[in-house]
Design a protein around this ligand. Structure first.
Ligand code: SF4
Length: 464
């Protein structure tokens, strides 16, 4: 099933993750580092004027784009085609992979290079192309590491191999590609660069995702820190870019706002090291760039959110900032979610884009603290959407955890009459020992020593 990653049910995954001290330590360090850098590049960066004003501007761009999605998709598609590119609208993941396979087959392509792309993970593109006998090589360092490790799924939107340390990566390289140097990041990176350079030079097709497509010119833009998207789009003669249908902006001015928000929110940079802009149509005299360009625009469940209370989730720019502040992700890491989209955004997005039944536990994997909403650079009310999902799941499936049903029934009975409510106040203290399963992994809030009514009566009696 697209989007779902192999493994047992959610509870079993969580159990496993909670016992993986190494992974939890790695996730904690990564979260702290990414979050710290984001704060330094936003609230603490005096040159950045007012972060809240930028955030509101970003939200306004995303809202306007999604509310006029049909208009801008048409404009984008017309501009790509006017410059000689091909556009394919894929209603489903299967349609998207079928189109790409057909392009690959028509070119008789055998070696394909890719730059990081979540939408191609979503549609399981690598598996489909490999089944056709192609060699598909990921060129983002994190994705390359995971690919070497028997196609391990990503555990973070922006830092896919965040759960691994240097020693593990060194061991993996030694086993899979005969690496003999040390575990120093610069040596590992230099070796990866050498291996990938060869691959780039002999690739038949380059496949990329798309951070934002600019509708007014038909341009695909990509942000990287490694320059791999630059090479993937300039060396092979054929280029395929795959984008979720919401990943566009009307103008270059709008792009300016979103690139700034994305760079700062994702990794705490003022601007990503490389911002690659690819407009189809190789100009006369150009020595590089694709001769044949295909843009695959993927729906695959996105239109289900349009016009519903979940529409705002389409504003997401995949920065991962919500993941970096999430206390639940901090404890269970990315793989426990069972989806290629993790953390708060994964818990909202997965039931919409994937099989809602398969992901119906995810919206409950949240403390609803609202840290994700506060961190989101485009103001998506994530915690409200999680509550909306919970409501929909309970209504559609008639399912709520048994203890919640029991507690709500008890509360309803107690709250119906004032005298019952007063009596019930005292019995809440008895709940602590009964909630052992719940308190095994969380703090139970300490009940007040006395009830409010009793406290009030005492103070009134004492004339206070
Ligand atoms: S929901 Fe917001 S914070 Fe989370 S990945 Fe999307 S844009 Fe970033």
């Amino acid at each position: 099933m697209p989007m779902k990653i192999e493994g047992g049910p959610f509870k079993a995954r969580v159990e496993e993750a909670l016992h993986n001290d190494f992974m939890r330590g790695a996730v904690r360090r990564a979260q702290d580092g990414l979050r710290g850098r984001k704060l330094a590049a936003t609230n603490e960066d005096r040159d950045f004027e007012d972060w809240e004003a930028w955030r509101q501007a970003g939200e306004a761009v995303r809202r306007h784009t999604i509310e006029n999605l049909d208009y801008y998709l048409e404009q984008l598609s017309e501009n790509v085609e006017a410059r000689g590119g091909h556009v394919f609208f894929a209603a489903t993941a299967e349609e998207a992979t079928a189109y790409i396979r057909q392009v690959v087959k028509a070119k008789d392509a055998k070696r394909i290079i890719k730059s990081k792309s979540m939408v191609t993970e979503e549609i399981s593109l690598n598996a489909a192309l490999e089944a056709d006998g192609c060699e598909v090589v990921e060129t983002d360092l994190g994705e390359y590491i995971l690919q070497l490790d028997d196609h391990e799924p990503p555990s973070h939107l922006v830092a896919p191999a965040v759960h691994k340390n240097q020693a593990q990566i060194r061991e993996l390289y030694a086993k899979k590609i005969g690496y003999t140097a040390t575990e120093k990041p610069e040596e590992i990176t230099a070796h990866t660069r050498k291996v990938l350079r060869e691959t780039f030079l002999h690739a038949d097709i380059g496949i990329t995702g798309c951070n934002f497509a600019v509708a007014e010119t038909g341009t695909v833009t990509l942000l990287t820190n490694e320059g791999n998207a630059d090479l993937a789009t300039s060396l092979p003669k054929t280029q395929i870019s795959v984008m979720g249908m919401e990943r566009l902006v009307p103008t270059w001015e709008d792009l300016d706002i979103l690139v700034s928000l994305l760079s700062r929110s994702a990794v705490g940079q003022r601007l990503a090291t490389y911002v690659t802009a690819l407009t189809p149509g190789r100009e006369e005299g150009s020595v590089d760039g694709p001769e044949d360009f295909h843009l695959v625009i993927v729906d695959a469940g996105r239109s289900k959110a349009l016009g519903t209370e979940f529409q705002d989730v389409l504003h997401c720019i995949r920065c991962g900032a919500c993941i970096n502040v999430c206390p639940v992700y901090r404890h269970i890491g990315g793989h426990a979610y069972g989806s290629i989209y993790q953390g708060p955004i994964g818990a909202v997005l997965s039931p919409i884009l994937g099989d809602s039944d398969a992901f119906k536990t995810l919206p409950f994997a949240s403390s609803l603290c609202g840290a994700c909403t506060e961190a989101c650079p485009v103001g998506i009310p994530l915690h409200e959407q999680l509550v909306a999902h919970r409501r929909a799941i309970v209504e559609d499936h008639g399912e709520a955890p048994w203890f919640e049903k029991l507690a709500m029934r008890g509360f309803g009975a107690a709250a119906a009459k004032p005298e019952r409510f007063a009596r019930a106040g005292g019995t809440v203290r008895l709940a602590k020992p009964l909630a052992r399963a719940w308190t095994a992994e969380r703090e139970f809030p300490a009940p007040a020593r006395t009830t409010f009514r009793k406290w009030f009566e005492e103070r009134k009696g004492a004339g206070r």
